[in-house]
Design a protein around this ligand. Sequence first.
Ligand code: DX5
Ligand code: ZN
Length: 214
Amino acid sequence: MLVAPSILSADFGNLSQDVKAICDGGCDYVHVDVMDGHFVPNLTIGPVVVEAVKKASTKPLDIHLMVENNNFFIDLFAPIEPEFISFHIESERHANKVANKIRELNIRPAVVLNPHTQIDSIEYLLQDVDMVLLMSVNPGFGGQKFIPSVIERASRLKELIEKRNPKCLIEVDGGVNKQNIELLKNAGVDIVVAGSYVYKHPDGIKSAIDSLKV
Ligand code: DX5
Ligand code: ZN
């Protein structure tokens, strides 16, 4: 299992130290939650801060857009050269066009589904993306409770991926911890995002990351 800690649970007063801590703790990606205050009821960070995250990080960035205007935000973040940019299917009428635009910018495109969006609705988009991110909470905030139906959803997605684009990765985001990591692994999940579990673990960041590497 690859681990992408979410910096949403970091101390923003000590952001560069908190980014270094997850990198030193052995994370695979640094997950960056971009919220616009419209698509989700929360507002986070823009390119000025993400540029600082990039400087502090020794690992590639995984940018998760929770925004209404995907094109605008893709142009804003592309110069920071993240590994992935993911956009929500619920906010995009021209998903295939947006995925191709991200790829033309030399960034790996990913599509995100909210907990109640039909998996089968993206079957014909799978050939255009390198990753599908399944939300296991309603996006907007860290520290929410894991919605267990994501396990069944990941298994269904895995079937479609085998058929349409076997290289496509599955990522799950929200409420991930030691209690659900094995179930996620068995369902075919490749990468987990974890915010509060990693930053608030009583034994420290490194043990938290290690415990998710199943
Ligand atoms: C939620 C964000 C998540 C969040 C995860 O909208 O997309 O990345 O930070 O936080 P935890 O792991 O605390 O649920
Ligand atoms: Zn996220």
